[in-house]
Design a protein around this ligand. Sequence first.
Ligand code: ZN
Length: 143
Amino acid sequence: MSDLTDLYQSVILDHNKRPRNRGKPPTANRVATGDNPSCGDNCTVFLHLDAAHRIDAIGFEGSGCAISQAATSLMTTQVKGKTAAEAEALFNEFKEIVTTGNAPEEISDLAAFAGVHAFPARIKCATLGWHATLEALKQPPSA
Ligand code: ZN
């Protein structure tokens, strides 16, 4: 079961234990929800773009397995300060990591999820929050 042990690396455990950016930021005016019925995960992402179209506030709510919660927490720390295009590029790197297990060393925190590739059913868990964020970025801002 060493693969499973690898899957739950310290970054994942840490984000699961102490989720970052939990809850709706007061300035958030974009929202999107993601569901992963096969595992029972759900998450709602709230965010706000500054005048330069960068994410200056992001938070999430939801529940689900350790992978989904940790990946969403880590995602919020990674996309803060990014534009929609930059966030999407980062997601493509993350998707590559979780589907192939190949991780470039320079993005070490995202690479903690490389072990997910051995468990294809969990890829949806790991990408749930990212999909919600990209969806929220496409939504028109509410008042
Ligand atoms: Zn899950």
